[in-house]
Design a protein around this ligand. Sequence first.
Ligand code: ADE
Length: 238
Amino acid sequence: MLDIKILTAYPEMFPGNLEHSLIGKALKEKIFNIDTINLHEYGIDDRMSIDDEPFGGGPGMVLRPDVVEKALNSIPEQHKRDSVKIYLTPSGTPLNQEKLGILAKQEKITILCGRFEGVDQRALDVLGFEEISIGDYVLAGGEIAAQVLLEGCIRLIPGVLGHPESILEESFSNSLLEYPHYTRPQVWEDSLGNKHDVPEVLRSGHHENIKKWRLNKSVEKTKTIRPDLYVKKIKKQD
Ligand code: ADE
């Protein structure tokens, strides 16, 4: 079982998305487990503050290192010692499919969700948090980012997906974006009366041609939308 501990100022945001659909089924089946640790329970002074002003000035508040340490110390010793520790932040290493595959093989993950301007850097360095970003944009906090990372990771655990073979063909599995999909009706008439057919080759039953067509589409799409990915693929082949 993947044992997940979340340090957050908003424990009520969990499991959130993770209790629905196939991931929710995996939660019920105890393929993974989530415990939240409320940072406010480890706040200081009579107001139980968890943040303070940044040294050097500037906007916003910063999560205190002593609060993060106390919250982390509330986790059972073995989990604390053995788990991968992740702090979600837009200034972290970009998350990708390869990293999700690595995380899906772990038994213990601890995630710190930031709010405010950030977390005192000493807490991250001393307590061993790896900084990860889910993309080049800024959210109001790390809770949704944590759910994005966890959903991407949990679906890769064997037994979670209904069609595990889909993992082999999906976007990024071979450094390419996935080819387009089509289903019934074969001819779709839209509300303006225009008719749209499914590509002929997909109805041919010719598996080799279908495979070639899909690979072509994947390459075309990747070159157009993600030239950076395409260059990476070519470099990998050299
Ligand atoms: N917290 C706020 N924005 C984030 C992002 N882009 N990735 C991870 N954590 C975040």
